[in-house]
Design a protein. Structure first.
Length: 263
């Protein structure tokens, strides 16, 4: 059984810092009156309670192939982050992990399919109603999951055709908490970040939406690990609380100073 090497442990902090570093200076220009035009959903932990299942799938894969035993901290690291960050983190921590990112993604996607077939999925309260509620807005999905994982999950949820754009780990260069995914979604939908509301659960996801210049609502229901949701403008218990009126109010009340240059 392989454990993290001292050198690997020493490098982890540096790797994590480089993965979560904020983007280069960026400015979001807010109109005098914000009109909410788009709703951007996260997937895992927001619409479906699946973060722990994906962590288990990764753990099974690396244990079987490389006799690597992931710690609780390793499993928690992936919450809200994409494969860009997860693969780099694990390779630094466990030099025995010889798979490239695509191989690890493919193995985990296959393992997670088997896992969900065995366990089923837990749809978070109000998920379907929330997606339907905002059918009059441009809807996007921004997830750290791979295309294969996201496609399978959306199929199981019956939401394969619900979003005008779906952005996955392969579609952006950096993982949440970098804003790349949310900025790309806004560009695809033809809206300014200030005209989009992000719905998230994780610390990394809330930070990503905020760094993009979007209004952010965090949902407690899927936050099983108790992650800090302080980057969100509003925190609610379940998706049922995110009414159209609340979404518009949050978008209007976002601090006009946010979006100033960041280091």
């Amino acid at each position: 059984m392989h454990r993290p090497t001292p050198a690997g442990q020493a490098r982890v902090a540096g790797v994590c810092a480089s993965l979560v570093a904020p983007p280069a200076a960026a400015v979001t220009c807010y109109p005098h009156r914000v009109t909410l035009r788009a709703i951007l959903f996260d997937l895992d932990g927001t619409l479906v309670d699946s973060e722990a299942d994906y962590a288990e799938a990764i753990a099974r894969c690396v244990a079987r192939a490389f006799a690597i035993t992931l710690t609780a901290a390793d499993r928690a690291y992936g919450t809200g982050r994409s494969w860009v960050a997860i693969h780099a983190y694990l390779c630094e921590r466990y030099p025995a992990l010889a798979w490239d990112r695509d191989t690890l993604i493919a193995a985990t996607a296959a393992e997670s399919r088997a896992l969900f077939a065995e366990r089923g999925i837990t749809v978070l309260p109000g998920a379907h109603a929330a997606v339907a509620r905002f059918d009059g807005f441009a809807r996007g999905l921004v997830t750290g999951s791979s295309r294969a994982e996201a496609g399978h999950m959306l199929e199981m949820l019956g939401l394969s055709d619900a979003f005008a754009v779906t952005l996955c780990a392969e579609d952006v260069p950096r993982s949440k908490p970098a804003p790349d995914g949310y900025l790309a979604a806004c560009a695809h939908l033809g809206v300014a970040p200030a005209e989009a509301l992000v719905i998230e659960d994780s610390a990394a996801g809330c930070a990503a939406g905020r760094a993009a210049g979007c209004a952010v609502v965090a949902v407690r229901a899927g936050n099983r690990g108790g992650q800090d949701q302080g980057a969100a403008h509003v925190v609610v218990d379940t998706l049922d609380a995110i009414t159209i009126e609340l979404a518009r109010e949050v978008a209007r009340s976002v601090d006009r100073g946010y979006g100033a240059p960041t280091a």
